[in-house]
Ligand binder design. Structure first.
Ligand SMILES: Cc1cc2nc3c(=O)[nH]c(=O)nc-3n(C[C@H](O)[C@H](O)[C@H](O)COP(=O)(O)O)c2cc1C
Length: 122
């Protein structure tokens, strides 16, 4: 069974609710195990073990949340060279002034194709 890992950081609960909504949808896909976790609880091994990754971060002070940045900082050296492709299936508008979480997806190339259940990338 393939594993989708949904990672988020959320101080106020918006991005957590978004992550849970994504998980609810993903659980409808047959043959996919869905794990939801905060960025703080994730390590390199968990990232390498999953087949697909959805990462949700609120925008805090014009940048990704510190908890998500910390995840990148902690895992970068171990994960270097492992990434095979980057997809962005669910990115919401990034128009100037846009507020709120903007999830994006990171796939290692063997992840299931979600495009049949989701709107096409813009
Ligand atoms: C400390 C802090 C800084 C924020 N900075 C920005 C920002 O720079 N740009 C923006 O559009 N929204 C900003 N926001 C709004 C959050 O991105 C928005 O409320 C988001 O939904 C919060 O997600 P959360 O409930 O998962 O923490 C900020 C909110 C907080 C609490």
């Amino acid at each position: 069974m393939r594993q989708l890992l949904i990672i988020y950081h959320s101080q106020g609960g918006n991005t957590r609710r978004l992550a849970e909504a994504v998980a609810d949808g993903a659980r409808e896909i047959e043959g996919l195990a869905v794990l939801v976790s905060t960025a703080q609880q994730i390590n390199s091994e968990a990232l390498l073990a999953c087949d697909g990754l959805v990462l949700g971060s609120p925008e805090y002070f014009g940048y990704m949340a510190g908890g998500v940045k910390d995840l990148f900082d902690r895992t970068y050296e171990t994960l270097r060279g492992h990434r095979r492709s980057f997809v962005n299936p669910t990115r919401s508008s990034s128009a100037p002034g846009m507020t709120g979480p903007e999830p994006c997806g990171l796939s290692n190339g063997s992840a299931p194709d979600f495009s049949s259940k989701r709107s096409r990338p813009r």
